[in-house]
Design a protein around this ligand. Structure first.
Ligand code: UD1
Length: 337
């Protein structure tokens, strides 16, 4: 079965391509290389032995999206990762985010609704919950007003899919990721942030490697156990596997609703200081850091209630924070060597 993976050269996308190929799916990747590298194809091939079909298409080009689906008429499912994801950039350039994340989604759905097998997996985010009132967060928690245009594109994206599925043959699963980290155990693929990383783990590994002087810990006055903010860090390979299971659910017509939503996290919250400790443990070195003020827009705590994913999808995150951190550290060392 042929599966289209948009953004398949990105961090989560590339790991998902590998897991799809491990399960015998034929994959075709669309990526515009705006935040990824063509060499990721070699990394995927080194793991699975497959030279994945790839088309360099900017999904904002509606004509090209139409042409793609005319050329490939036997696609059984689409996993849609292609999107911009930098929160700060989205605040500075909201229209870029609405164009990149919303126009592209609309064009894809317009083509997908014409397909006999209209199965769609969407990359959503726990950012839709904002600061939830109760921890852990379950899928029924209310959606909060988005704190950034990026976050808003995830909320609007979910709504577009729900509205469209009601009146078309499209079936969809919305996957709300918590904080993906780590790299494939082969160390052939991993995260490749452009410029100064905004996310915690790549900033830590770059600091550990000596590329950055020290980590700034954003706030130690949160109402948490050690005062630093708490997140649910999930190994990217666990996350990738969940996509394959969700896709199989749609292909086997096991979904109970036209659109289903699942949290993808470990269910365990870790503070920034705990993440630093995990890094120090697996790397055997001290991490230079200083405490600074809170980062604007950050919430205190977010970790997943994973009951629905566990019981309905039959999926559970397996890797520990230490294992994920160890893979992230090995990856950092590899790409700098
Ligand atoms: C961030 C985005 C979120 C997005 C997610 C995607 C913000 C405010 N939120 O989530 O919308 O879905 O990335 O990956 O950007 N930290 C430090 N020092 C650093 C970097 C981070 O202390 O240099 C802390 C943060 O304050 C936070 C934690 O580490 O408490 C995790 O930060 P990060 O990796 O950026 O993820 P989120 O903020 O959870």
């Amino acid at each position: 079965m042929k599966i289209l993976v948009t953004g398949g050269l990105g961090f989560i996308g590339s790991h998902t391509v590998v897991e799809l190929q491990n399960k015998g799916f034929e994959v075709i990747i669309i990526d515009d290389l705006s935040n990824s590298s063509i060499e990721v194809l070699d990394g995927i091939a080194a793991i699975t032995g497959i030279n994945t079909a790839f088309e360099n298409i900017d999904l904002r080009d509606k004509q090209k999206v139409q042409d793609f689906f005319k050329k490939h008429q036997n696609i059984s499912g689409v996993i849609h990762f292609a999107a911009s994801k930098a929160v700060g950039e989205s605040v500075e350039n909201p229209l870029l985010y609405y164009e990149n994340n919303i126009h592209t989604l609309v064009y894809l759905l317009q083509e997908l609704q014409e397909q006999p097998k209209a199965n769609f997996i969407f990359s959503s985010s726990c950012t839709v919950y904002g600061q939830a009132e109760e921890m852990p967060i379950n899928e029924g928690a209310s959606i909060q007003i988005a704190m950034s245009p990026y976050g808003n594109t995830k909320q609007i994206g979910e709504e577009i899919i729900i509205d469209t599925a009601k009146v078309t043959n499209i079936n969809a699963i919305l996957l709300r990721y918590f904080n993906p980290i780590g790299a494939h155990s082969s160390i052939e693929i991993g995260e490749l942030p452009l410029g100064v990383p905004q996310n915690l783990v790549p900033f830590i590994t770059q600091t550990g490697f000596g590329l950055r002087k020290e980590l700034s810990v954003f706030g130690d006055d949160y109402p948490t156990l050690d005062g630093t903010a708490v997140r649910d860090y999930i190994h990217v390979v666990d996350l990738a596997k969940a996509h394959v299971i969700a896709l199989q659910r749609l292909l086997n017509k096991e979904n109970l609703d036209k659109v289903e939503t699942f949290n993808l996290g470990t269910g365990t919250g870790s503070s920034v200081l705990e993440v630093i400790q995990a890094f120090e443990k697996v790397s055997g070195q001290k991490l230079p850091y200083k405490i600074v003020g809170r980062r604007e827009g950050d919430i205190t705590s977010a970790y997943a209630n994973t009951d629905k994913a566990n019981n309905v999808l039959g999926w559970k995150a397996e890797s520990t924070l230490d294992e994920a951190m160890e893979s992230a550290w090995k990856w950092e060392q590899k790409i700098r060597s």
